[in-house]
Design a binder for this molecule. Sequence first.
Ligand SMILES: Cc1cc2nc3c(=O)[nH]c(=O)nc-3n(C[C@H](O)[C@H](O)[C@H](O)COP(=O)(O)OP(=O)(O)OC[C@H]3O[C@@H](n4cnc5c(N)ncnc54)[C@H](O)[C@@H]3O)c2cc1C
Ligand code: SF4
Length: 330
Amino acid sequence: MRDFAYQRAHDVSGAVALLGADPEARYLGGGTNLVDLMKTGVERPARLVDVRELPLDGIESTAQGGLRIGATVTNSDLAAHPEVRRRYPALAQAVLAGASGQLRNMATVGGNLLQRTRCGYFTDLSKPCNKRAPGTGCSAIEGEHHNHAVLGATEHCVATNPSDMAVALAAFDAVVTYESADGTGELPLAEFYLPVGDTPHLETALPAGALITGVILPPVPVAAHSRYRKVRERASYAFAIGSIAGALDVHDGVVREVRLAFGAVASRPWRAREAERVLTGGPADAEAFAAAADAELAAARTLPHNAYKVTLLRNLVVALLTELTEEAAR
Ligand SMILES: Cc1cc2nc3c(=O)[nH]c(=O)nc-3n(C[C@H](O)[C@H](O)[C@H](O)COP(=O)(O)OP(=O)(O)OC[C@H]3O[C@@H](n4cnc5c(N)ncnc54)[C@H](O)[C@@H]3O)c2cc1C
Ligand code: SF4
């Protein structure tokens, strides 16, 4: 590992100034992703600016009726918060479905949003990878890609975003807030992650050196009737091979409002807007759920070893929306 300097920041503007003064510096949240990448040499910062002591560890209600979640809130505290569990249960479930108890105690909201892909070639310095080394090629397309993207990928990169939390945040139209050298800013989650295009190394729209200060959840009444489901290759402590966050308001068998987002199928959490459109105002039954999933997944482009994800996601949509419909009928 490259030698690095370490500094703890105590206020937001000081943290941003430290990054601005040193282009080789990086923020350190819980370190559960960044330090691993430093050990393998994928990341080589000269300085770490620890943000865990910043006063960004609160969760509070907004005047609009939503929630403001600080960037240094740990994953454990986020999942345990009573208002998160009551008003956005899929978010609490998504966070609890990720990593292990020990990791969730360390990992932060800001770090979770910026964690890097788990594509094996990204962390293997001996293999070409456009995301790690732009212009070198993508090893996954001809190689191992059973857990790679089926939506929104390009020939330049087929990696998936590994965050469970971000999938629920996408379903609820969360907004990421940040502080940069130019002042404060906001990015809706739908714009936070950039499309892959031919620049897979550019992952987010955050300005250079910006510090994520938090996430705002708008008031989303339907989110109180939400759920997260994750499929993984072993029962615990594994990244998703497919996941879904869904919320449903159904009345007299008709869908009044629905929110759906998919995980582990694209380079960013995938808001299933076409499926939502097809379902809204129509019947809440398995046939309609499957048709909506098919409408969304018509855009899927698969590789030889990941076509199973299309069926997996279709089944997840039907299962999750059926559960929520049955729950509403009770
Ligand atoms: C074995 C293992 C299994 C895991 N399983 C899952 C899983 O199933 N699902 C899942 O979602 N996650 C999983 N994770 C990932 C884990 O949740 C992430 O490592 C964690 O969320 C990253 O948070 P962190 O605070 O430790 O980030 P760090 O490692 O500290 O930082 C990650 C990145 O974010 C940047 N950063 C951190 N905070 C800020 C900020 N406030 N502003 C700007 N930049 C910032 C850092 O510079 C770095 O680039 C797993 C991790 C491990 C090691
Ligand atoms: S899928 Fe993306 S991260 Fe993986 S090898 Fe290809 S370019 Fe790299």
